[in-house]
Design a protein around this ligand. Structure first.
Ligand SMILES: NC(=O)c1ccc[n+]([C@@H]2O[C@H](COP(=O)([O-])OP(=O)(O)OC[C@H]3O[C@@H](n4cnc5c(N)ncnc54)[C@H](OP(=O)(O)O)[C@@H]3O)[C@@H](O)[C@H]2O)c1
Length: 211
């Protein structure tokens, strides 16, 4: 399978590395091209840097938008002609950071980022909010955990997106657990009860059902 990863920064680079180590073929892009080229060179034959965001989607079954929430809509608008029929995975937390490093939510309290992103997508795209629940360091150190795999939570309103994102999550070395529909995306983000939790499947299922 081939996945496009748009954004090669803190989380995009770790997602790409873990997917590649699970056997996924990757097409990478970034804002200035250099970070995607550097990441593709680090990963090796499984990854290729694309000329731009649109061409990253050529031949891809799925796309991970590893972007800050504030640039998501611009990039979705740029690639929207290629999103119908594809899994779209969004790890973005709806936060921005000020000069002092303080985080603030960019959406009104209680508004679901998943619902907001869904409204930006064209008809026929299959959205799952996933891969953004763990910080990059935790993501890397928790993947392929043994004997009990660590869980990555996801939310979606779309059964096909659920099946496909579960496959990608397993490819990245985690066990998938659904935490509900897009309305529940706040549980996954910074400040949510499932954010930065490294737990096994049994505990994760109990937590996911416990909201
Ligand atoms: N970092 C984490 O530990 C972590 C963990 C979980 C979730 N998240 C969430 O994931 C999102 C991304 O965070 P991050 O830390 O990875 O951010 P980041 O390090 O700033 O990386 C953002 C990436 O987006 C790329 N980009 C920006 N504009 C673009 C455009 N128009 N087209 C294509 N690529 C573009 C940048 O390209 P250049 O490299 O060329 O500048 C960069 O590679 C955030 O919403 C964050 O909350 C982050």
């Amino acid at each position: 399978m081939t996945t496009a990863v748009i954004g090669a920064g803190g989380i995009g680079s770790v997602i790409a590395r873990q997917l590649a180590s699970g056997g996924e073929t990757l097409r990478l892009s970034s804002a200035d091209k250099e970070s995607a080229r550097t990441l593709a060179a680090q990963i090796g034959r499984a990854a290729a840097a694309a000329a731009d965001n649109r061409s990253a989607l050529q031949g891809a079954d799925a796309v991970v938008l590893a972007l800050r929430f504030t640039v998501l809509k611009t990039v979705i608008d740029e690639i929207s002609g290629s999103l119908a029929g594809r899994l779209v995975v969004v790890p973005s937390n709806p936060v921005s950071t000020d000069a002092q490093g303080n985080l603030s939510r960019v959406l009104p309290e209680g508004q679901s980022s998943g619902k907001v992103v869904a409204a930006w997508l064209p008809a026929g795209a299959h959205l799952a909010m996933a891969f953004g629940t763990l910080s990059a360091d935790l993501f890397e150190s928790s993947s392929n955990r043994s004997p009990e795999p660590a869980v990555l939570f996801y939310v979606t309103d779309d059964d096909r997106a659920g099946e496909e994102v579960e496959w990608l999550i397993r490819t990245a070395g985690f066990e998938p657990v659904k935490a509900g529909g897009l309305e529940q995306s706040g549980r996954l983000e910074v400040g949510g009860d499932l954010h930065d939790l490294v737990v096994g499947p049994a505990q994760a299922r109990s937590l996911a059902g416990g909201a």
